[in-house]
Write a protein that binds this ligand. Structure first.
Ligand code: GDP
Length: 297
């Protein structure tokens, strides 16, 4: 039967502790378990290696080897280190949206949950933060995507920019800015077009939009179940567009959450929110503690 990492570690260390003091070698052996568990949780190899090294430095200290229940202590060190790596600066879910109207650029691959997340976040900003929000779809390639956002807006009671056929993405973004300014909105959210894969022409279009509105936040929406791919996508978008944060969707699925750790370690960008379902209120602020618990099992 599959044992979770906490149990495995406790088992290894408690077994070793019965033999007397722990050697560095013992700790190393046990940390191999940590590495395997991280890889099983879809953490990338270099990130797992660095992580284990950091834990090892802490775990080989006197306090652990002399403690009565070293297993639990090592689990705690691993947990705390996970939280440390996962946590960004500032409060979870904090967004820079002062100076109305603040533009939020939503970017990501098609199917990642970008439009759904735009709606969820707009609802949250409206209901929790008391903001007046305007949403606009810039997906000129898929009229259905524009319609999807309009319907979502109606459903959650958030205004959307009227659809004007024939405009390009930059023109729509500028019109959104104008309407947000004239209409006294606090925030306007731009739901950019996505592709199934990263496409250079689309990146250029998003860059142009970025330069036209100078977003306060550029949030990358990625499917949390895609693991390493999510991290590669984030690196690519960050390199080209420059992102301020990440939203990991489908965290209600069976993924172990390893993508979150790699994401944070590789891109250095904070994970701001997690999507936990298809419903409009299934968006939560990213809590490192909870993800750490999930990786540990
Ligand atoms: P887009 O192409 O990136 O705009 O993706 P959509 O927003 O249209 O979402 C694609 C599908 O993923 C839809 O069926 C959404 O309901 C679903 N989805 C989005 N976020 C989540 C999530 O956090 N959990 C789950 N289970 N499904 C989600």
């Amino acid at each position: 039967m599959f044992e979770n990492l906490s149990e495995r570690l406790s088992g290894v260390f408690d077994r070793l502790s019965k033999q007397g003091a722990l050697s560095d070698e013992d700790v190393k052996t046990a940390l191999r378990e940590v590495r395997v568990a991280l890889l099983e949780a879809d953490v990338s190899l270099p990130v797992a290696r660095d992580f284990v090294k950091a834990v090892q430095d802490k775990a080989t200290g006197q306090t652990v080897t002399r403690s009565v229940t070293p297993g639990q202590q090592v689990v705690k060190i691993v947990h705390d280190e996970l939280v440390h790596v996962l946590a960004g600066e500032g409060e979870p879910g904090e967004l820079k949206i002062d100076n109305a109207p603040a533009p939020i650029l939503m970017v990501g691959l098609q199917g990642s949950g970008k439009t759904t997340t735009t709606g969820k976040l707009a609802k949250r900003l409206t209901e929790k933060n008391g903001k007046r929000v305007l949403m606009a779809s810039l997906d000129i390639y898929r009229p259905a995507a524009m319609e999807q956002l309009r319907v979502l807006g109606q459903q959650i009671g958030v205004d959307t920019l009227p659809i004007v056929p024939g405009e390009n993405a930059v023109q729509i973004a500028k019109r959104a800015k104008q309407q947000a300014t004239l209409g006294g909105y606090d925030v306007y959210m731009l739901d950019t077009a996505g592709r199934l894969q990263i496409a250079q022409t689309l990146m250029q279009e998003i860059e142009d939009v970025r330069d036209a509105v100078n977003p306060r936040e550029t949030l990358l929406v990625v499917d949390g179940l895609t693991g390493q791919v999510a991290v590669e996508v984030a690196e690519e978008f960050d390199g080209k567009i420059g992102i301020s944060g990440v939203v990991l969707t489908r965290m209600d699925g069976d993924g172990r959450g390893g993508a979150a750790l790699s994401m944070r370690a590789v891109t250095g960008k904070p994970i701001k929110f997690v999507g936990l379902g298809e419903k409009m209120d299934a968006l939560e602020t990213f809590e490192p503690d909870r993800i750490a618990g999930r990786i540990l099992g």
